[in-house]
Design a protein around this ligand. Structure first.
Ligand code: ACM
Length: 641
């Protein structure tokens, strides 16, 4: 069996002069085990030693050897020693009331050098104690990058000395929309808050002691309503609360952004500065005379190119100051510049395009990495957006797509989780969304795919949730997880399996699921319409005909639909089921009306069907749209028995 060494209450620790390790942090980390640290300059008597040895192992990796003589941690860099310390902490256990450490030899290094979490403070300000609490856990998980989303339409959260109104006006709102984004319900409460530059320095220092780099994000040109409410002259209309995109035609916009960025780069040592770039509507640029003049002067053919013009100018400015830019994947659209790193969020395509062009990319596709999505059966969870994203699904993510060459794969810097907080007002709630899903992200970022084993990870995650609770975090209770919609676990057998389906109206390419097989493949959908098992139809009736191949006795025709008000997914107004023997003359079997209101805020499912006795070769299933513009219908399977 494994041998153990008692480590006693007093642990003598040797740090080599160039180790870069922080004594206070080591004491702090080990304090909850009951161990007291005694630092010594005499390496040969120390129980635990930290030494930098060039070429020990890859960047940020470490070797840890523990035997009768003590524990030696070696690494090529301070980060490696730090992660060796984290492993040492994890290895400490108690036997017969004595703390012990097993005899081990570990050589460990990370798969990616970008292991990150993004926190959105634009929507709700969290405050420095909560950010530090997050950084503590990220350090234990060997994550090295904190992407700090400090500005958004709903609030500017960083003090800028040159523009004090940004935090005074742009950092405060009178009321907050609650419920779905189209709810028209407001809470009537003031929300405000920002970090002073002193607090920012304190947090950067706190993160640095935990080997975490903070990458600030200053949003442009979209998601900037709070700036334009404060300085309307930077918008196309010149009026507050009209535009969310900066006017690219006026030089004042560039003067403003460069002044802001000068203060940002003075504060943050990060090599990378995130400049947003996502979801600009660009609509005001099409009619703004100043933007139109800019396009003419610069020979730009589209508003996408106008966005790229601005991103390239800001990029050059930051490059001239020794920094590099990261942007959300929309920065590709009007032409990507050579030094930009792309953060791929609308799937993996942006990241793939970027590395094929020779640029770096960070993978954070919504489907796997957006921790603001529901993590369990939606109607048992607080309001969330983006879909149904379980711990298992996060863990299944592979950041390097198979389609990449080895050289392209090297340009994938790593993986990141994002927590957007539109529906996450409190620290307790955001902890609930992050933990334990962040554990899966940390492990994908560190370990090779070959060692991934879900059952093993799940067991460890259950233990970790208990530890997180003891440490004062508020994790989702993984032990009570309900799981996906029960029907989705088992294939259903019926007469239409594999039969030909003719569509009167096409399905949307965005929600094609498995294409023409989807409705007759025996696979039922899960809790969410966007899980590639539900097929979606926009702004039309759902109208399909199934050819059973020959005249058949039928007793039942059924299909289920889904409703979720936020993303405009509706139940049909009415369903008409009819049958035919010759494909020309149809008899109506059933007409079924919907009795569920579109105003309900929660997720709804409803079956529409017919039962009886009939002979038919063709079954036509028609579900009428409720007529709300931009509305969707989603169904998973037409079941005929
Ligand atoms: C994003 O989710 N808008 C980057």
């Amino acid at each position: 069996g494994t041998q153990y060494r008692p480590i006693g209450k007093n642990l003598s620790i040797y740090l080599s002069p160039e180790s870069g390790m922080d004594k206070d942090y080591i004491e702090d980390l080990l304090s909850d085990t009951g161990v007291k640290c005694k630092f010594t300059n005499f390496k040969w008597i120390a129980d635990l030693t930290f030494d930098i040895e060039p070429d020990t192992i890859g960047l940020e990796g470490y070797r840890l050897v523990s035997n009768d003589y003590g524990t030696k941690i070696t690494a090529s860099d301070t980060k490696g020693l730090f992660y060796g310390l984290q492993t040492f902490r994890q290895l400490i256990t108690s036997q017969n009331n004595t703390l012990v450490i097993p005899f081990v030899e570990i050589a460990d290094s990370p798969k990616f050098l970008w292991r990150a979490l993004m926190l959105d403070e634009g929507r709700y300000f969290k405050g420095k104690e909560e950010v530090k609490k997050l950084l503590d856990e990220m350090a234990r998980l060997k994550m090295n990058t904190f992407h700090w989303h400090l500005t958004d339409d709903q609030g500017w959260r960083i003090e800028i000395k040159k523009y004090p109104l940004l935090t005074k006006i742009g950092g405060k709102r009178d009321s907050t929309q609650i419920g779905n984004w189209n709810s028209n319900i407001y809470d009537g409460k003031v929300h405000e808050g920002f970090y002073t530059q002193e607090e920012i320095k304190e947090i950067i220092d706190y993160a640095a002691k935990r080997q975490i780099t903070i990458v600030p994000e200053i949003e442009m040109p979209g998601h900037s309503e709070e700036v334009l409410a404060t300085y309307p002259e930077l918008s196309c209309s010149g009026k507050p609360y009209v535009n969310a995109d900066f006017c690219i035609g006026t030089e004042k916009t560039f003067e403003f952004l460069e002044n802001v960025l000068l203060e940002v780069i003075d504060l943050f040592p990060s090599e990378y500065i995130h400049i947003g770039g996502d979801e600009a509507s660009k609509s005001s640029w099409k009619t703004c005379p100043r933007c139109q003049k800019r396009m003419a002067d610069e020979h730009l053919n589209s508003v996408d190119e106008l966005q790229s013009y601005m991103i390239h100018r800001i990029e050059k400015f930051l490059n001239d100051h020794g920094r590099k830019i990261i942007g959300w994947d929309e920065i590709i659209e009007g032409g990507l510049s050579p030094t930009a790193t792309v953060m791929s969020w609308r799937g993996e395509e942006g990241g793939i395009k970027a590395v094929k062009a020779g640029n770096q990319a960070i993978m954070t596709p919504g489907k796997y990495c957006y921790l603001d999505a529901f993590q369990d059966a939606p109607n048992t969870q607080p309001m969330a957006i983006g879909g149904y994203l379980t711990l298992e699904k996060v863990y299944s993510f592979e950041p390097v797509p198979d389609s990449l060459s080895t050289k392209e794969a090297e340009l994938i810097l790593g993986v990141q989780g994002n927590v957007w907080t539109e529906h996450i007002p409190t620290p307790e709630h955001y902890e609930y969304m992050i933990y334990p899903r962040i554990l899966a992200l940390a492990e994908i970022g560190w370990s090779p795919s070959e060692v991934k084993k879900w059952d093993n990870f799940h067991t460890r995650a259950l233990q970790a949730v208990n530890i997180l609770r003891e440490q004062g975090y508020n994790p989702f209770p993984l032990e009570k997880e309900i799981g996906d919609k029960p029907e989705s676990y088992q294939k259903v057998n019926h007469l239409a399996i594999g039969k030909k389906v003719t569509y009167a109206n096409p399905y949307s390419n965005h929600y094609a699921a498995q294409g023409e097989k989807t409705l007759v493949d025996g696979v039922r959908g899960g809790w969410m319409y966007n899980d590639d098992r539900w097929q979606g139809f926009i702004d039309c009736d759902f109208d399909v005909t199934i050819d059973l191949g020959k005249e058949t006795d039928i007793k039942q025709v059924r299909a289920e639909f889904i409703q979720l008000k936020g993303p405009y997914v509706w139940l049909p107004k009415q369903v008409i089921i009819s049958s035919s023997v010759d494909g020309e003359h149809y008899d109506t079997l059933a007409t079924v009306d919907n009795d569920i209101s579109p105003d309900i805020e929660t997720l709804q499912f409803k079956e529409f069907g017919w039962e009886g006795n009939a002979k038919a070769r063709y079954i036509r299933y028609k579900a009428l749209s409720n007529g709300i513009a931009g509305g969707w219908l989603f169904t998973d399977e037409i079941r005929i028995k």
